[in-house]
Design a protein around this ligand. Structure first.
Ligand code: GLC
Length: 431
C-alpha cells in the first residue's frame, strides 16, 4: 500500500481518492448574459434587467443524460452541479424561495434531472451550494455583494439579518440532502474577508465586510449535513475543513497540507477557459496538452481534479467544451490506468526532468508521464533493483532498458518519435 496517509476525515473519501477525476458544472441565469457567472456583480447589472433572465430562462435543449454521458466519456467518475450560485437563483424546487427554476418557463427541477441522469451513468453525485446570495433580502451586503457599490447600498443593507439568512441556508441544504436520494459530496462556496476586495469595504458593513464560519453558522450546517447524509463529503469553504480541501486554478507542485504538515485529501478545480459560467466571447481556452498535464500533475501530488463546464443557456455543452472533454476521453481511454487508483509515487522515486510520476496504490506500477518528451533516453534513479518490465501504456509496446553500471539507475531506450497521443506514459512493472 502507498505509504502516504492523509488526515482522517468524518466523511467517506475512499471512493474519491481512487476516482480522481470529476466534472464541475456551473449553470444558472448567468448562462444567458454569457459574460461570466459574476456578471451581475462585475458590470454590475441592475436588478430589473437581471430579472429578465429569470423571466425568460428556458434551457430547452437541456438533456442531463447528455451531460452525464459527456462526463463519463471523458473518464470522469463524479460531478458537482451548482444548485445555487452567488446570484441566488436555485436550480431546484425549493419551498423557501420563489427565485427558482420551477418558476421559469423551463419549469422543471434541474437538480432532479441531474442526479437521476448521473447516477444512471454510474457517476457519483455532488451538489455545489453558494453560501453567498445576492438575491436574498436578509443577506447582509458585503465586499463581494453585487450591490456593494450602489449609491443607496447602505440604505439597502438596513434590516438585513444574517441569522435569518443562515437559517435559510440550512433549510435549503436540508431539502437538497433529503429530497434527492444519496448525495456523495456537498461543496459549499465560500468564506472571505474584506481584504479580498478592500476598495468595496464600507464602514457600515456588518462583519467587517466579509463572511465566514460564524456568519454561515457552519458548525450547525455541518451537523445538519451529517445528520441527513452520514457518509457525505463536505469541503473546506464553510471555513471549517471537513473532508476535502479545494484550491482552484492551480498546478500542483506539492501535496496539500494543513498547518501541522499533515497531508490532506484535496481536489483542485479548473476551467477550460477563463470563466466558470458559459462565456461566449472568452477566448483563453486551454490546449488539450495543458488539460492532460494538469490532471497528471495533480494526481502526481495525491490530488483530484474537477474540470468545469458551463452549459450555454439553451442547456447544452458547447462545441469548445465538448472538444476539451473529448481530448480527455481520448487520452483516458488508453491511459486511465495511470490515474484511477493512483497517487503520488513513493518518495524513493524522483521524477526525471520534464516528467511527473504517479504510482498505483498497491505500489506495483510506476507511471512516468512524459510531459516533455525526451530525446532517445530516459534515466530513472533508484529503480534497477525493483524493475520487472516496462512498456508504453498507450499501446502496451515494450520499452527496452538497461542498468547504468555500478548504480541503481535505469536507462530506458525510447523511440525517437513519440507514440501517438499527448504526454505519453511509461508504465513500469515493479517487482
Ligand atoms: C471562483 C469563482 C466562482 C466559482 C468558484 C468555483 O471562486 O469566482 O464563481 O464558483 O471559483 O470554485
Amino acid at each position: 500500500m502507498s505509504s502516504y496517509k492523509t488526515m482522517p476525515t468524518p466523511g467517506n473519501t475512499e471512493w474519491f481518492v481512487k476516482d480522481r477525476f470529476g466534472m464541475f458544472i456551473h449553470f444558472g441565469l448567468y448562462s444567458m448574459p454569457a459574460r461570466h457567472e459574476w456578471v451581475q456583480n462585475y458590470e454590475p447589472i441592475p436588478e430589473e434587467h437581471y430579472h429578465k433572465y429569470f423571466e425568460l430562462f428556458n434551457p430547452d435543449l437541456l438533456d442531463a443524460r447528455e451531460w452525464a454521458r459527456a462526463a463519463k466519456n471523458a473518464g470522469m467518475k463524479y460531478a458537482i452541479l451548482t444548485t445555487k450560485h452567488h446570484e441566488g437563483f436555485c436550480l431546484f424546487d425549493s419551498k423557501y424561495t420563489e427565485y427558482k427554476v420551477t418558476n421559469t418557463p423551463y419549469g422543471k427541477d434541474i437538480v432532479k434531472e441531474y442526479v437521476e441522469a448521473f447516477r444512471a451513468e454510474g457517476l457519483k453525485v455532488g451538489l455545489y451550494y453558494s453560501l453567498l446570495d445576492w438575491n436574498h433580502p436578509s443577506y447582509p451586503l458585503d465586499v463581494a455583494h453585487c450591490y456593494a457599490h450602489y449609491e443607496n447600498a447602505e440604505e439597502m443593507d438596513k434590516g438585513r439579518d444574517m441569522k435569518v439568512y443562515a437559517q435559510y441556508i440550512r433549510n435549503q441544504v436540508e431539502e437538497l440532502l433529503t429530497n434527492y436520494g444519496k448525495i456523495d459530496i456537498i461543496w459549499f462556496d465560500y468564506s472571505f474577508k474584506y481584504d479580498t476586495c478592500p476598495q468595496k469595504l464600507k464602514p457600515w458593513m456588518q462583519f467587517e465586510g466579509g463572511k465566514g464560519k460564524e456568519q454561515w453558522e457552519s458548525e450547525k450546517l455541518i451537523e445538519l449535513c451529517r445528520r441527513c447524509q452520514p457518509g457525505i463529503m463536505i469541503n473546506n469553504r464553510t471555513g471549517i475543513l471537513q473532508d476535502v480541501y479545494t484550491p482552484e486554478q492551480k498546478r500542483a507542485t506539492e501535496w496539500v497540507k494543513n498547518e501541522n504538515g499533515d497531508l490532506l485529501v484535496w481536489e483542485v478545480c479548473h476551467t477550460f477557459s477563463g470563466s466558470w459560467g458559459y462565456h461566449r466571447d472568452e477566448m483563453t481556452w486551454k490546449s488539450d496538452k495543458m488539460l492532460i498535464d494538469l490532471l497528471t500533475s495533480t494526481v502526481a501530488y495525491g490530488g483530484n481534479v474537477i474540470m468545469n463546464v458551463g452549459p450555454c443557456s439553451r442547456g447544452y455543452i458547447d462545441h469548445r467544451a465538448m472538444n476539451a472533454l473529448n481530448a480527455y476521453g481520448e487520452w483516458m481511454k488508453y491511459n486511465s490506468r495511470s490515474i484511477y487508483g493512483c497517487t503520488m509515487a513513493e518518495p524513493e522515486f524522483k521524477a526525471p526532468e520534464g516528467t511527473v510520476l504517479t504510482q498505483s496504490n498497491d505500489e506495483k506500477r510506476l507511471y512516468v508521464h512524459l510531459q516533455n518528451y525526451p530525446f532517445g533516453r530516459l534515466f530513472v534513479d533508484n529503480i534497477a533493483d525493483k524493475i520487472h518490465y516496462a512498456q508504453f501504456l498507450s499501446d502496451g509496446s515494450e520499452i527496452k532498458y538497461e542498468q547504468i553500471k555500478d548504480s541503481n539507475t535505469i536507462m530506458f531506450n525510447l523511440p525517437t518519435i513519440p507514440p501517438k497521443g499527448i504526454s505519453p506514459v511509461v508504465e513500469i512493472f515493479l517487482k
